[in-house]
Design a protein around this ligand. Structure first.
Ligand SMILES: Cc1cc2nc3c(=O)[nH]c(=O)nc-3n(C[C@H](O)[C@H](O)[C@H](O)COP(=O)(O)OP(=O)(O)OC[C@H]3O[C@@H](n4cnc5c(N)ncnc54)[C@H](O)[C@@H]3O)c2cc1C
Length: 401
């Protein structure tokens, strides 16, 4: 006889592990299905204030904080060689009353902390294997494995990445698109302090984003054309260090790139629905876009917060058959607006069209000079809705320069 659970989470990446912990803390019996991440991910993730509050609520933040660096200033520098260049815009967390917008956390540290928390959680059963079949019926979901075993659950959360079997099995299509871009990802040490400042240089091929790590180290996501990525990956560590330092105009002094440079081809994808019946698709199973403005995993944590509201009501009541549809309705606006704004910003960098460049430069000019607008953008970046809630008081303030 197959084991029965309230909720099955498919995929043990960051979204899946956090979803499993959230559901278990809400009193649900959870099975987390998926291979253990292999520790090879060298990326770091900038987690914003609202995401950190969630990790803190689960008691995970204390362990992670020592390995993370605060983001107190985020600046955008126009690094294009175009005729129309935008002014530098600096967002300071102190302007909206926060010590930091968020923290930059190495993915390896995040995944290790999550795995330990999952192992210690009495309401989570861990199956470190892939799901072969996922059948979401009217009354329950059945998940089958290669060895012929199966489990059942009242609800399935698909956190199984871009090629989600959970989403496919539910018959949900995706809209996907590609970008002529690859993100080259690395960590580096530097001789000058970063002062908890992240700098995003906008270039003709995409953003070049330095994000602080503890001490005099930073992480870098350098978005370039695929052939340039091949060239950067073939350089010696000294040559690459020189290129990074040059691109940053030595603003952090001498740069030494660490081993383990990785390349991530960029693409965009959005599911046509984010939930259906007894299934929901979170994280990159539902949406994926280029790494601009640290949006991806932060958006995924908001998926999980929405699932907490739908699936956990404190009464241990049975999970209704329409929870996936409710999740879909609840998440549409946030996911669509984030996907569209990241896509627009990325395409505006790639576009050689003068009117597009003018609009981008004008937008950044307005942000640089109009404090209440900058304030609104910062509040929205930290937690969607927060800025709009404070809009009336912002409008009452004198527009300052
Ligand atoms: C270069 C780069 C930088 C980024 N920086 C940031 C940032 O600063 N801030 C931010 O918020 N986001 C950032 N992101 C986005 C963020 O990294 C992703 O949103 C996040 O890693 C996706 O996590 P996930 O758990 O949804 O998917 P994944 O990490 O892809 O995990 C999916 C898991 O599902 C498992 N799986 C697949 N099929 C099955 C199956 N059949 N059965 C069981 N398990 C299965 C896989 O093994 C995998 O472990 C960045 C992305 C890139 C590319």
């Amino acid at each position: 006889m197959s084991q029965e659970f309230d909720i099955a989470v498919i995929g043990a990446g960051p979204a899946g592990q956090i979803a499993a912990i959230a559901m278990a803390r809400g009193g649900r019996r959870v099975v987390l299905i998926g291979p253990e991440p292999d520790g090879s991910d060298r990326r770091t993730t900038a987690l914003m204030d609202q995401s950190l509050a969630m990790l803190e609520r689960f008691g995970l933040w204390e362990t992670l904080k020592a390995q993370a660096a605060p983001l107190a200033v985020m600046q955008i520098v126009d690094g294009t060689k175009r005729l129309l260049r935008a002014p530098t815009v600096a967002f300071r967390s102190a302007e909206i009353g926060l010590d930091a917008f968020g923290y930059n956390v190495p993915n390896a540290a995040l995944l290790k902390t999550l795995s330990a928390a999952v192992a210690a959680e009495p309401l989570i059963s861990r199956m470190p294997t892939s799901a072969e079949t996922i059948d979401a019926g009217l009354d329950m979901v059945s998940i089958g494995f290669a060895d012929g075993q199966s489990v059942t659950a009242a609800f399935v959360i698909g956190a199984d990445g871009r090629r989600s079997k959970t989403r496919e099995s539910a018959g949900v299509d995706v809209k996907s698109w590609s970008y002529p871009q690859t993100a080259v990802v690395m960590n580096f040490s530097h001789s000058l302090p970063h002062q908890n400042t992240s700098t995003e240089f906008h270039t003709e091929t995409g953003p070049f984003t330095q994000v602080p790590l503890p001490g005099t180290r930073s992480s870098l996501v350098w978005v370039v054309a695929p052939q340039d990525a091949d060239r950067l990956m073939s350089l010696s560590s000294e040559q690459l260090s020189g290129e990074v330092e040059g691109r940053m105009q030595s603003m952090l002094g001498k740069v030494t790139v660490e081993d383990g440079v990785q390349a991530w081809p960029l693409s965009g994808m959005t599911a046509t629905r984010y939930g259906k019946g007894r299934s929901a698709f979170v994280g990159e199973a539902g949406h994926a876009f280029p790494p601009i403005g640290a949006q991806g995993l932060n958006l995924s944590l908001r998926d999980i917060a929405a699932l907490e509201e739908i699936l956990i009501d404190g009464s241990a009541a049975p999970i209704a058959a329409d929870c996936g549809d409710r999740f879909d309705r609840k998440r549409r606006v946030d996911i669509a607006s984030r996907t569209a704004s990241v896509d627009l910003l990325n395409r505006s960098l790639l576009s050689g069209l003068l009117p597009v460049q003018m609009l981008r430069a004008a937008g950044l000019q307005v942000l640089a000079s109009v404090a209440p607008l900058r304030n609104l953008v910062m509040q929205e970046g930290v937690a969607p809705g927060r800025g709009l809630k404070s809009l009336p008081s912002l409008l009452r303030k004198k527009v300052g320069r």
